[in-house]
Design a protein around this ligand. Structure first.
Ligand code: ADP
Ligand code: ZN
Length: 521
């Protein structure tokens, strides 16, 4: 083992003065041969956490990453620092692959990036190679009902079993408490030290605007607040990327499209211009941005509802990496919600998978509808408590609310009563049917029309009930349990049930008719 001190290597190889956040601890853990699970927001400096130990420990570090498109860039960047790095993925031909495999076995590499689907093929070589560590990047991809599941990740637990003496470090920028648990379980990281950085990005101002005139509103944001500055605009489809980018150009905003339908060459050119020139706006599908390291992106706009809070957080996180004030602006309309529900309903995948997708969408909608500080809610989603930030739209301009105490009491009593009907699982839709006094087959067969709460919620519309449920889920008064999406009342509901507090919720502004909580009940 080399005697070099981590800090000395950091300064000599990278030219950085000091470690950031928990980097020093993480790096030391791995250098000492321990496993680590690292949760750090995008831009936090995850790469260094395995790259630096790779230089200090003897042997080659194997880095598993699903981001094939970025491997070339990462390897180039390392080579510029004088680090011996290579990658193996589907973009190489047989000769290139052989060459790198020879280098690996000969101990001529400090780091080898590898796509998860290549692992089976290359693993036999590991027995003949001195390995310094395994790094598993984007570790949340192992979470089966997460937003980014990759089946090949499930095989990664083999690394720990076959080469138990090689330390492993798993990294992700996005993990709820559940996902974290799943990573530990599936990758066999029970003994790993966990490093959870704060997910707060205080310089990002979160704003979410309902409404139909999204493009016009976006233009106003750009002109009033970000004239001539770099930004990213996310759209759901290739077509809307093209249209929005053309429209922005007509309005005098220099915009470039980016989506998977463009040629690789065109994509590279647009990306390069975005990185090198000033004040370019990229209009993109979510294909854009993975690993883009541009510090001065001043705004990230969404013209559609993201599919999950994780996605929203990751995409907005591409703004303001330099720590200067930036805007995360989202506009969404009724048709977004309808369209996404339809995509889930008609999409492929098991009922369980659909229910997971539906819950992701509900969590996103809940964030949109909150009357609380957006940041408080966003961070709570990732298991972190915080106080109102003063730098989001709900803090700056409190939204209109209504007194929902009585309605919520009705809902909670219904949930409590149905909860006694054990052996049965009821989702939000069924509870709302009871409140609205609907004689569905399920209600009649279970005798739920005999409940004292049957029909007592007719004074509130179905969309409002849906919105109430989402808001209660978001604030933690309700929870969804298990894979069947059973609604349950939490301890936080007690004061409301006892009538000790008044509860104000956001008036549902735009989600009329649309927003079913979950069809997959
Ligand atoms: P992540 O993978 O967490 O999104 P990166 O590893 O790409 O983040 O790092 C983000 C940026 O921060 C990069 O430009 C990187 O060079 C820089 N960086 C990382 N660690 C340090 C440090 N200790 N000092 C200065 N800059 C750093
Ligand atoms: Zn706030």
């Amino acid at each position: 083992m080399s005697a070099a001190a981590p800090l000395e290597v950091l300064q000599r190889v990278w030219g950085y003065e000091s470690f950031r956040g928990e980097q020093a601890d993480i790096v030391q853990t791995v250098i000492d041969g321990g496993d680590a699970l690292v949760l750090m927001p995008t831009g936090g400096g995850k790469s260094l956490c395995y790259q630096l130990p790779a230089l200090i420990r003897e042997g080659t570090a194997v880095v598993v990453s699903p981001l094939i498109a970025l491997m070339q860039d990462q390897v180039d960047a390392l080579e510029q620092l004088g680090v011996r790095a290579a990658f193996l993925n589907s973009s190489l031909d047989l000769d290139q692959r052989r060459f790198i495999e020879q280098q690996l076995v000969a101990g001529e590499l400090d780091l080898l990036y590898i796509a998860p689907e290549r692992l089976q093929q290359v693993a036999p070589l590991f027995d003949r190679t001195k390995l310094s560590l395994f790094a598993i990047d984007e570790a949340h991809c192992v979470a089966q009902w997460g937003h980014d599941f990759r089946p090949e990740y499930l095989q990664l637990d083999e690394l720990g079993r076959r080469w138990p003496e090689v330390p492993r470090i798993a990294l992700t920028a996005t993990a709820t408490v559940d996902t974290r648990r799943e990573i530990v379980e599936r990758l066999g990281l029970g003994n790993a030290r966990q490093f959870v950085s704060s997910f707060d990005r205080p310089n990002i101002q979160y704003r979410i605007a309902p409404g139909s005139q999204a493009r016009q509103a976006l233009l106003k944001v750009i002109r009033d607040e970000h004239d001539g500055e770099a930004g990213i605009v996310y759209c759901l489809s290739r077509k809307s990327v093209e249209q929005t980018s053309a429209w922005l150009n007509e309005q005098g905003v220099e915009a470039l499209p980016y989506h998977a339908g463009l040629s690789g060459d065109q994509r590279r050119r647009n990306q390069q211009r975005f990185l090198r020139e000033e004040g370019i706006v990229v209009v993109a599908t979510i294909a854009f941005g993975m690993g883009i390291d541009k510090p001065d992106v001043r705004f990230v706009a969404h013209l559609n509802l993201p599919k999950s809070v994780e996605g929203y957080y990751q995409e907005t996180g591409r703004g303001g990496r330099d720590g200067l004030p930036s805007t995360a602006w989202l506009a969404y309309g009724l048709q977004d919600v309808v369209q996404q529900r339809r995509m889930i309903d008609q999409g492929e995948g098991s009922p369980v998978r659909k229910r997971a997708q539906s819950q992701h969408l509900d969590a996103m909608l809940a964030l949109c509808e909150t009357v609380e500080c957006r940041r408080v809610q966003l961070l709570r989603y990732f298991g972190q408590e915080s106080t109102a930030c003063g730098n989001c739209d709900t803090c700056l301009e409190p939204p209109p609310t209504f007194d929902a105490t009585v309605a919520v009491q009705k809902l909670l009593s219904t949930i409590v009563r149905l909860g006694r009907d054990y052996n049965q699982t009821f989702g939000a839709g069924h509870h709302i049917d009871v409140l609205l006094g609907r004689r569905t087959e399920r209600i009649e067969s279970r005798g739920h029309d005999q409940l004292s709460t049957f029909g007592i919620g007719r004074d509130v519309s179905e969309p409002t009930w849906r919105s109430i449920v989402r808001q209660l889920l978001a604030s933690g008064i309700l929870a969804v349990q298990g894979e069947y999406g059973v609604l349950a009342v939490t301890d936080a509901a007690r004061p409301v049930l006892r009538g000790e507090t008044e509860l104000r919720l956001r008036q549902d502004l735009q989600t009329q008719k649309s927003a079913r909580v979950s069809k997959h009940k």
